[in-house]
Write a protein that binds this ligand. Sequence first.
Ligand code: MG
Length: 256
Amino acid sequence: MSISIKTAREIEKMRRAGELLEKVHDELGRAIHPGMSTWEINKLGEEMIRSFGCTPNFLNYNGYPASICVSVNEEVVHGIPSKKRILKEGDIVSLDAGLIYEGYHSDAARTHAVGEISPEARKLVEVTRQAFFEGIKYAKAGHHLHEISAAIGAYAESFGYGVVRDLVGHGIGTHLHEDPAVPNFAQPSRGVRLQPGMTFAIEPMITAGGYAVRWLDDDCTVVTEDGSLAAHYENTILITGGEPEILTLSHTEEDL
Ligand code: MG
């Protein structure tokens, strides 16, 4: 397994890729409303990515037919946008998006409320987001990769939630998915020692029920086996000599 260490020049490009992706997510988050189709979300996101002169990296990736993955309620990830799928009050919708800027990838996901949602759904969304922040407390040079994994899993499981096993985070750079895999649950090994210049997409996928998932017949959409709600939160991060830099999240947005 080889993990790329980014140079200062590469890091500058990844910062820009992250910054632009954050703008896409912010815009999509503001646009979400009951009555909107998942197709409209994809269209808006793809247009914005292209307006920056960037390329949507999910489009045609392993046969995925759209630019933004839009996953509603029990859909965990890789939901395919459709004009027929209309968001309704009380849904939660996970948006996973990525783009390529001058050859460098960014990848991030957010789960949004559609109108008013149940307290149970809100808690799942908040815990999933917080699980990411619990994980990256260990995203520092000298720590080991699976400390991140264990922290994410332990936090989510402390609420009785399911931590998806079959899908994991990943290294990222000149490719969307690079080594290493970044699981969201404890591993038997410590994993690689973290070094400045490593970049990862850390992405807890958490369910309100069991962790088992299955693929729908479209070969893309992943749903919870038990039909429970699922949430997803992801950022692209950079390991530094100190605190990790979250490339797809500006520091000012942090007090939601
Ligand atoms: Mg990812």
